[in-house]
Design a protein around this ligand. Structure first.
Ligand SMILES: *Cc1c(COP(=O)(O)O)cnc(C)c1O
Length: 351
């Protein structure tokens, strides 16, 4: 496996990390300028008067188990968004380095790059099925530090081809980071790329609790990569990134006892997605329902504004992508409860 540390910014590689108060639960804390008493309504286990543990061991171990990797391959942060931000900061020099994105895709990659002063090379997905332009991505990747791939892709819903992604990883081995965002992988009929971490030093995988685990409000994302990348990012993540309340809630909500509920809800959602797909396909004013491996459907309407309004009249909001490049007439519908789905379909079927 080829090392990628040489791709990181030299000043970040040499940075002396912030020295946070040492973590030793066996000793009583008089070293972090905290208040010794809890706030009155504070019902947390650890006490909100105390700083949380940086990269909490129990939480890191839980995410490692959940995703089938070792704790050394795990960085937990405030959503995948923090992982994206840290990657761009660690690898891209402002004003000279670039990232590759494959639009139409998740908007935050571009924002994070721009905030860091990195330039953005766009290699659009091809054709009506939004497939990777593999050769063009490899060519652009040779000019860049990070290639962002999103599979299943938001907002189009399709998985990217595994063999194409593996080819990109191989061709860019030692030359660029390939960050595969698997925010929706739990809804897909395909395994995560986590088993390939041992083969590729340049592979970074993003997972999140915001979608399948119903914890968007908790803000917990996990970046999975080889220990040298994780070690580098641990040096620059803000020292107390994960709030105590998030640590405690996430441990409770991802406990083994919750597993069955999570699995059942995913099945219910997938069954609802199929019902919606069939009903939408039958509508004369629907031009196309894109194949989805995620918890949403991208739908092209003859008149997207009219469909959007119909939803709003029924008290429901869907996402308007109709003005975005390559997505004219498209709305993205997040699958809801059976009742919400029924109400939306009734509104659309009346048009
Ligand atoms: C929703 C989503 C995420 C999750 O972001 P969090 O910060 O973890 O909530 C990541 N990537 C994509 C493509 C998404 O759609």
């Amino acid at each position: 496996m080829t090392s990628v540390l040489h791709l990181a910014r030299a000043d970040i590689r040499e940075l002396q990390p912030y020295q946070h108060a040492s973590w030793d639960p066996a000793l009583e804390r008089m070293h972090a300028n905290e208040m010794p008493w809890r706030a009155k309504p504070d019902a947390s286990a650890a006490g909100l008067n105390r700083y949380p543990e940086p990269q909490p061991r129990e939480l890191v171990a839980r995410m490692a188990r959940l995703y089938g990797v070792t704790p050394e391959q795990v960085l937990v942060g405030r959503g995948s968004d923090e992982g994206i931000d840290l990657l761009v900061r660690a690898f891209c020099r402002a004003g000279s380095d670039s990232v590759v994105i494959t639009p139409p895709t998740f908007g935050f990659y571009k924002v994070a790059a721009r905030v860091q002063g990195a330039s953005v090379l766009e290699v659009p997905l091809c054709g009506a099925d939004f497939e990777l332009a593999t050769q063009a991505v490899i060519a652009a990747g040779r000019q860049a530090k990070i290639v962002f791939l999103c599979s299943p892709n938001n907002p189009t819903g399709n998985l990217l081809d595994d063999s194409a992604m593996l080819r990109i990883l191989t061709e860019l081995d030692g030359q660029a980071i390939v960050c595969v965002d698997e925010a929706y992988i739990e809804f897909a009929d395909r395994d995560s790329l986590t088993t390939r971490l041992k083969d590729f030093g340049n592979l970074v995988i993003l997972r999140t609790l915001s979608k399948a685990y119903a914890l968007a409000g908790a803000r917990l994302g996990t970046l999975l990569a080889n220990p040298e990348i994780v070690g580098l990012l641990r040096r620059i993540i803000p020292p107390y990134a994960i709030p105590t309340s998030t640590i405690e809630e996430v441990l409770a909500c991802t406990d083994e006892s919750q597993r069955q509920t999570v699995t059942e809800r995913i099945s219910t959602l997938l069954a609802e997605r199929e019902v919606m797909r069939q009903r939408l396909t039958r509508l004369p004013h629907v031009l196309r329902v894109h194949c989805s491996d995620a918890n949403f459907l991208l739908v092209r309407f003859a008149d997207a504004t009219q469909a959007l309004r119909a939803g709003q009249m029924a008290g429901l909001i869907v996402r308007d992508f109709s003005k975005a490049p390559a997505l004219d007439g498209c709305l993205r519908i997040s699958i809801g409860t059976p009742d919400q789905n029924q109400r939306l379909m009734t509104a659309l079927e009346r048009l």
